[in-house]
Design a protein around this ligand. Structure first.
Ligand SMILES: C[S@@+](CC[C@H](N)C(=O)[O-])C[C@H]1O[C@@H](n2cnc3c(N)ncnc32)[C@H](O)[C@@H]1O
Length: 291
């Protein structure tokens, strides 16, 4: 399934679920179907959920093995309880969440996720959402932008970038990834030692457009509630904002007596995996087992 997305921590995450033949699993972030395909290969039944129609369409075309064991559903994983019910997946023994964007999002210029690819400033993973990144960049106040870039992009030096955005949009609305990337690079040139500030500004916008952190906060307790006793929740995150949410939620679940944390420290990709797939470098897998 490589062309859509290279799965990260594929074996580790599916091993964590301890797949049993004929049992029910939910993959809340279907993407290119890499993890789903592996669960199916090991004999599990899967409900594959994604809120991006492209992912569902891709998997519908690609997955040929054990098709009778796979149900696909479009939706936000924050509604995992309702999605499971609607699709008859209530006795679930494993849930996987591989958070964030897929390579398909970055690689497809028209989706507007990459500052290196000219396209509309969109960034909606769920194409039915109303607000695009361009809407935010053209209406947010200085203060709102500062809060956004600091909290969700962890970009501490955004003031000159914001001034430059404000001046540019007084002349005409900022509509493309290229326009925004250029505005950023003019005032915040990339130094050799630092990563590109455009990475952090684009990350902040993407997280806000898709309300990513709130969806994650909402899904975790629902996922644990949905699991059968002994069932496992495996979450792969890609930056500290997400990992912190997962880590604290798991600690809370443990102290409430809901189960135990299997990964005292997160599982990270091997060097070999990172060499093969640069995007894996920041991945962290945490596993919780329901009592
Ligand atoms: C990292 S990719 C998953 C890749 C997949 N595990 C694979 O191996 O191919 C994340 C996917 O989750 C989807 N996604 C992100 N947040 C979501 C949410 N809140 N609800 C449903 N799908 C979501 C994205 O559209 C994307 O396709």
């Amino acid at each position: 399934m490589g062309e859509y997305h290279i799965s990260v921590l594929l074996q580790e995450a599916v091993d964590a679920l301890g797949v049993q033949v004929g049992k029910n699993y939910i993959d809340g972030t279907l993407g290119g179907g890499g993890h789903t395909g592996e669960i199916l290969r090991r004999g599990g039944r899967v409900l594959g959920v994604d809120f991006d129609e492209d992912a569902l369409e891709y998997v519908r075309k690609q997955l040929t093995i054990n098709n009778s064991q796979l149900t696909l559903a479009r939706g936000n994983f924050k509604d995992i309880d309702a999605l499971a019910k609607e699709n008859g997946f209530e006795n679930v023994v494993g849930i996987l969440l591989d958070i964030g964007v897929s390579s398909h999002h970055f690689d497809t210029a028209e989706r507007g996720f990459s500052f290196q690819k000219e396209g509309p400033l969109d960034m909606r993973m769920d194409q039915t959402l109303n607000v695009k990144a361009a809407d935010l960049i053209n209406i947010l106040t200085k203060g709102e932008m500062y809060e956004l870039f600091t909290k969700l992009g962890e970009e501490w030096g955004s003031r000159p970038i914001i001034e430059s955005i404000i001046s540019a949009r007084q002349i005409k609305p900022i509509e493309t990834t290229g326009e925004l990337a250029q505005i950023i690079s003019k005032v915040a040139p990339r130094s050799k030692s630092e990563s590109n500030p455009a990475t952090r500004i684009f990350q902040a916008l993407r997280i806000a457009v898709n309300d990513e952190l709130n969806s994650l906060r909402e899904v975790l307790p629902k996922a644990v509630a949905l699991l059968a006793p002994g069932g496992r929740l495996a979450v792969i995150s890609f930056h500290s904002l997400e990992d912190r949410i997962v880590k604290h939620a798991f600690k809370d679940f443990e102290s409430e007596g809901l189960g135990k944390i299997i990964t005292k420290k997160p599982i990270i990709p091997t060097e070999q995996e990172v060499v093969h797939n640069k995007r894996a470098r920041s991945a962290k897998l945490r596993i919780f087992e329901k009592l």
